[in-house]
Design a protein around this ligand. Sequence first.
Ligand code: SF4
Length: 250
Amino acid sequence: MSEHSSIEWTDSTWNPVRGCTKISPGCAHCYAETFAERFRGTTGHPYEQGFDLRLVPEKLDEPLRWRRPRMIFVNSMSDLFQEGVPDEYVVRVARIMEAAHWHVFQILTKRADRLRDLLRTKLTFVAGQPHVWWGVSVENRKHGLPRIAALQAAPARVRFLSVEPLLEDVGRLDLRGIAWVIVGGESGPGARPLHAEWVRDVRDQCLAARIPFFFKQWGGVRKKWNGRQLDGRTWDERPSRQAVAREQMA
Ligand code: SF4
């Protein structure tokens, strides 16, 4: 958990689950794993068990105690929909999101099939909430495009894409029903390259479809040096909570 996140597109992170397993090329340099493994064996540290999956029920009610409205990235250090998290626990997390309606919750997964299946069944009570945004990662065509299709098939009120780390030209995207697109390059040791034309292509598709576009970073081994400007400006668009609510009433 972090009350103030350094992730550009959110305010805070909330981690009622810790740890994860790798599932696709976007995971190769997982920042969460690198961070967590640094503390493996450190007695008393939240990541004493490194990146091993662990449920953290004592963190569940944290958003209820944050009275000021904020954007909350759910499980920045994990993936809520990974196989090892029982349905019942996912429901408990969702019940907190439902109750803490003054925040915006951003849930991002690479397990889009399970997200779709649960939103159709045990999570219907929260699927249509305008303050709960459901997103999938799109790092390439092979793994990312099927995730978009699964997200579109889910009865989510607000859907978004995190096109990060963008690893190749993803081509034409089906953006129907998508409310927000984030793009970013990989950062840190061994960061894979990001080509400007890949980013421009996604941005231009968003502009054409009038979808808010957020460019997070170029990334690279020293991400601060490379910044986050694209064609002379920053791109910090995001859906407004009011617009999402208005659309729901229309
Ligand atoms: S799904 Fe996310 S948290 Fe899990 S290993 Fe991959 S990048 Fe890391």
